[in-house]
Design a protein around this ligand. Structure first.
Ligand SMILES: *Cc1c(COP(=O)(O)O)cnc(C)c1O
Length: 226
């Protein structure tokens, strides 16, 4: 008789994703330790997040300040060593709240936000590392700065004493992501930036092979969002 229960699969989604990251890193001659897996828990409640915390996952990402404020203070009280990442577009009027709650911000993409975050960080006495988000496919209606604006935004961030961790992108949907990841890596190299936040459920292995230091994986860990 089959003893396995549907609640406890032999290989958890977390172990599966970790294994795939390790294999992709190995293929690229990299160490899996150089890749941070961020579990994107947007739309999922504490009941869905707690099993991952129990399995040792500590980096989580949210895309809305208000949603994160609703669920993370309680979870953090139980798991104080969680690192919380903001991966969604940030309005300047939410900068202070974002600085108070998040440990890393992946969506720095315009001068007005540099100004707001610089001010918020100075007021809070807390310097939150930020990735500059690049609109790598030059898509209308997509977050991120133009490629040509990266050096200027980087200068502005440094001027505002915002620690810049690297570059982040969300490539165009439904086309091969690899050329966009390679381009983001090239720009980061040119700017002397070490961090690369790229790769989601559908393409994180490709991203790791092309140098991602942070992959942002949601549905492969939590299942499809409702
Ligand atoms: C939702 C989201 C992800 C995760 O997407 P999946 O395809 O579910 O892995 C990654 N990055 C950003 C910016 C997101 O908004």
């Amino acid at each position: 008789m089959d003893q396995s229960s549907p609640q406890t699969p032999a290989v958890t989604p977390l172990a599966e994703v970790q294994g795939r990251i390790a294999r992709a890193a190995l293929l690229a001659g990299r160490s899996a330790d150089d890749v941070t897996l961020i579990a994107i828990s947007k739309t999922h409640d504490a009941d869905a997040i707690l099993p991952l915390l129990g399995q040792g996952q500590r980096h989580f990402g949210e895309n809305r300040v208000q949603e994160a404020q609703g669920k993370w203070p309680d979870l953090r009280a139980r798991y104080p060593d969680v690192t919380l990442h903001l991966v969604g577009q940030l309005q300047s009027n939410k900068a202070a709240e974002a600085v108070a709650l998040f440990d890393v911000i992946h969506s720095l993409d315009r001068p007005s936000l540099v100004a707001a975050l610089g001010k918020a960080m100075a007021a809070a006495g807390r310097r939150v590392p930020c990735f500059i988000q690049v609109n790598i496919g030059a898509e209308a209606q997509k977050g991120g700065c133009a490629i040509a604006d990266v050096p200027g935004l980087l200068d502005a961030a440094r001027e505002a004493e915002i620690p810049v961790a690297g570059l982040m992108c969300v490539p165009p949907a439904d086309v091969e992501a690899a050329p966009y990841f390679a381009l983001l890596a090239k720009i980061a190299r040119e700017q002397g930036l070490a961090g690369l936040s790229m790769g989601m459920s559908g393409d994180y292995e490709t991203a790791v092979m092309l140098g991602a230091t942070h992959v942002r994986v949601g549905s492969a860990l939590f299942g499809a969002r409702g």
